[in-house]
Design a binder for this molecule. Sequence first.
Ligand code: SF4
Ligand code: SF4
Length: 386
Amino acid sequence: MVKVVVKECESYDLEKVIEKINSGIELLGGWDIFVKPGMKVLLKVNLIGPKLPESAAVTHCEFVRALIRILKQRGCTVWIGDSAGGAIAGIAPTTKSFEISGLKKVAEEEKAEIKNFDKEGTVDTGTGHYAIDRLYLAKPLFDADFIINVPKLKTHSGCIYTGAVKNVFGCIQGLRKAEYHKAAPNPKEFGNVLVDIHQTVKIGLHIMDGITAMEGEGPTAGSIYNANKILISTDPLALDTVAINMIGLVIKDIPILQAAIERKLGESNKDNIEICGDYSSLPLLKNYKIPKRFNSKKKSNYNAVIKVINFLKTKPKINLKKCVKCNTCVESCPMHAIDKTTKNINYSKCIECMCCHELCSYKAVELKRVNPIAGIMTKLYKGNYK
Ligand code: SF4
Ligand code: SF4
């Protein structure tokens, strides 16, 4: 039997969250079997974009504070990492997202370290992955001694639901995410990319922030549902199976999880999942609103998504009028794609990780729309992203 701990927690009161997480971990064998003093522990949060903590779109910063306190008390160094999801739309707002979500402030106050995946370098994990030539992932995922996935309980108007399995998509840096969406255009294919990431990056624990959840048209435009739950498991698929059942769906309703089931990423048979913690059977979240798309005939129209990605496609370009030739971008580019003399970018080498854009202190690495009409629309849209 695979355990999924479900805890009732009605607020982000720090002491309460710490007590709930600690007592939940006890049911899985206690912290000692997961972390040791001196370990570097990476919290892979859900940082979809520059959203306030109370929006329910991002992992709540007080939830992260609770985890930092627990881990630091155990003598660990704590990192908080992600690459924001806005890169899908050709915007790479990770730095801003850490600020607005409150995570930067919490990290400073608790002496944890922010790991902006768009700035930290890339690891080429080689070939043999589904639909894509090579899988490039953020370096801190391989530098950490232990990784805890900290997803948010949310609906997703494209994927119906987003939780522990899908949260690893932020391990792909910057604008590169859009290319993976294109390479794996339908949900099942996309699910295979997620399974590849889980099998490449070894995540030891999954702790879901479901205190305030998002219902309706998530992952950013839904409304807040006070679910008052914390879910904990070593198995991301078992955790998602329980969360999906809690919101009134079954796992076969979620196409992006079909690959996870077929490739046995974890347990999806509820007869083999033991619910423990504050519940011994499934608590239902009554009247939880599912995205309209779930009942729509448009459910399979993924070509539209690809068209949007192509329309919004963006490339980094160096503005020589602003560039002071400090060469930070040249030295930090993991693919050696920037010419030191001319500052031209070799797009056949570029993996659109956004390191250059994030690291240039002079705002000289600009994101240019490949489609000029999209560029005009973006200018009109700027400032409304929040
Ligand atoms: S980091 Fe910015 S200023 Fe420095 S060389 Fe690159 S583009 Fe120019
Ligand atoms: S030029 Fe280099 S650093 Fe910039 S996005 Fe491309 S691969 Fe990343």
